[in-house]
Design a binder for this molecule. Sequence first.
Ligand SMILES: [Zn+2]
Length: 446
Amino acid sequence: MHEWLAANEFLSIDEQQIRRDRALRRLLEHCYDLVPYYKELFGQLNIKRRHLRDPNILQELPILEKSDVAANTDKLQAEFLAPGQHSTRSTRSSGTTGQPTTVYHDKRSLGMFPWLKQRELRWFRYDPMGSLLSIRPDIEMPKTPQGALVKAREILKLDGWPYMRNLFETGPSWGFSNINTVTDQAELLNRLRPNYLIMQSSCLEFISMQDISSGTMDSLRAVQSISNTLTSSMREQIESTLGVPVHQDYGLNEIGLVAARCPEGGRYHVHEEHCLVEIVNDDGSPCAPGSQGKLLTTSLSNFAMPLLRYDADDLAETVEGPCSCGRTLASFGSIHGRYRRTAFLPEGTFQRWAAIQTALARNSRINKAAVRKYQLYQDLCGAFELRIDCDPEFSTQIFADCRTSFDQAYSSNPTPMLSILIAKEFKGEGQRKFQNFISEFTPEID
Ligand SMILES: [Zn+2]
């Protein structure tokens, strides 16, 4: 598998196209024959099985929104699967809308993860025997030996790197929740002195501004920035203070790993054995080179619940021509996702925002579709306003849960003001990328 992935990276452009078209046709035919949602859709669009030989047919399909997936979880699942490929696990994501999206994966789709992770880290030139510290949300880390989520101030110790240890021998790793204060995070970093560090972009920028010992800097070889947008000034801040390169990838709970940023060329290469990526205008047509558009992903590995042209609400730039690294896999430029600058926010903001998100996700799980959309706004006095578009029937319960979580998230005197209201309108909705957290303390994006 490893050899195959490595060889695929340097095939001729023509060969890449042939393989891409073949994989797509196989998936489309499977959808046509066995997936009720697509049987219906192809029928409505008058697409016959023979039309699937033309790879451009993909562009004629409508964009698949998160809300479509949430509303059609059953119909998007295949009626039959190849022996041994039954769907083994589901992934969930709550996203900016508050609506949980559940996607079932077959064995092959889930099985791709550690191999693609290994490819990604090979591109980053990680030494597998090095040590790794992850500081991220508790739900994104492996459970403790007792089967629980990592608690605040608890350090998770593993004998290998998360999600890879069943396939590859690696050095040790540690996990620490990003709810911990930045002082605690920096103290742990200085104590463990890992070779590699993985954190959300905004938190990584913040920790790079702390007192990091020279011994820690000597051990550190690279860092990986995840989840939120990393602007060029954030990258510069991190690379210049920590003295190591910042790596990035792009993945979705609903799909798996999608692409990794090439250290040589600075663009993202798509894992085309696993998925296809299109960058499109709002009407679904391909974007002109050098422009920005919606990033759509089509999973090629998941026959249990295929997603065609799935819009996870991220924007990316298109790029032209070959990459300087020589790899011929499809590629795209910078990604514009959620924008956060934790370092510039009043103390406790991050913890309170995390607590509200957890409370809303919990309520969405209990009463499906109770929360349609939400946004937290922080004014220059540090006061918060939480707008929620939710079912009025559940609003009392949701408001109370958010308030309790907010009050308990961080102790300071006095606790900042929080007002909560039902709303249908949100700040900055005219902009292309909806931001569910807006603070007046956040610097302009660069
Ligand atoms: Zn490259």
